[in-house]
Design a protein around this ligand. Structure first.
Ligand code: NAD
Ligand code: ZN
Length: 263
């Protein structure tokens, strides 16, 4: 029994939205799920812009730009190594697991689910999603700041006494393989993401504030061909007004409910 009438009515509203959103998913063949930091919040990884978020504690100009790396590469490398360590215990939550199950279900009947994620934590793959486009890169990988060569797993350099570690190809400085402010997104990943978005019947936006371009505009590309737009986010975003269905709940609750409702 829920304690008070307003909470009861909020849950009822949410259930209606989940049922309606599930109705759209049942009819879909190609689905894109666009995820942001809120997707991993219930795995214990802080978001960026919320109160207590990473950018409320750290200045991105000091840690997440090419200029910051040029100024003090060691400081930036150590900050990302610390973020990696703080993520080491994070496990996929029930929302990640539900998305992997949805992908398997769609694949079995000739459809597709593509996860386009801004997250760099690798939790979608850890949960079993295969069709994942990580448009902001992967904190567990490295590449060369100077020649862009692949520098391998970040963890493999943890014992290095040289900080940042050196590039095996050119001797340059290795950096985390993530997209920093002021940098272009990897073209191949954006191409894959946009192809999936242009072909989708339903786009589900989960846990993204919709404020960082170019990804913030991706859902609008889906609306251009009248795909159904579903938003899952406890808080309103600029996308909410465009969404056909809005579920005001956390990813780890809403996604399993949605995936179950369209089974
Ligand atoms: P964000 O912090 O801006 O937004 C998080 C959203 O998640 C909010 O709308 C919040 O209401 C929602 N949320 C909170 N808890 C939730 C839950 N349990 N379930 C569902 N939603 C929840 O993060 P964002 O939208 O991902 O945008 C910021 C992006 O900027 C990041 O993805 C990041 O990759 C990117 N960025 C990062 C760097 C960097 O780290 N170097 C550089 C450039 C851009
Ligand atoms: Zn190099």
């Amino acid at each position: 029994m829920l304690p008070n009438p307003s909470l009861r009515s909020a849950v009822a509203t949410e259930n209606v939205q989940i049922t309606a959103a599930a109705g759209a998913l049942v009819l879909a063949r190609r689905v894109v799920v666009l995820t942001g930091a809120g997707m991993s919040a219930e795995s214990g990884i802080p978001t960026f812009r919320d109160a207590g978020g990473i950018w409320s504690m750290f200045d991105p100009d000091e840690f997440a730009t090419p200029r910051a790396f040029e100024r003090d590469a060691g400081k930036v490398w150590r900050w990302y190594a610390e973020r990696r360590r703080s993520m080491a215990g994070a496990r996929p939550n029930a929302g990640h697991v539900a998305l992997a199950a949805l992908e398997a279900r769609f694949a079995a009947r000739g459809g597709s689910v593509t996860v386009v994620t801004q997250n760099i934590d690798g939790l979608h793959r850890a949960a079993g999603s295969r069709n994942v486009v990580a448009v902001h890169g992967d904190i567990h990988r490295t590449r060369c700041f100077d020649c862009r060569a692949d520098g391998g797993e970040a963890g493999a350099h943890d014992a290095s006494t040289v900080v940042p570690p050196r590039c095996p190809a050119c001797g340059g400085r290795l950096r985390p393989d993530v997209v920093w402010f002021g940098e272009a997104l990897p073209m191949a990943a954006v191409g894959r993401a946009l192809r999936a978005i242009r072909a989708c019947d339903v786009l589900v936006s989960v846990g993204t504030s919709g404020e960082v371009e170019p990804v913030a505009s991706f859902p609008l590309r889906a609306l251009e061909h009248r795909a159904v737009l579903i938003e899952i986010n406890p808080a309103p975003t600029p996308l909410s007004a465009h969404a056909d269905h809005v579920v005001r709940a956390g990813a780890a609750t809403a996604l399993p409910a949605l995936v179950e409702a369209c089974a």
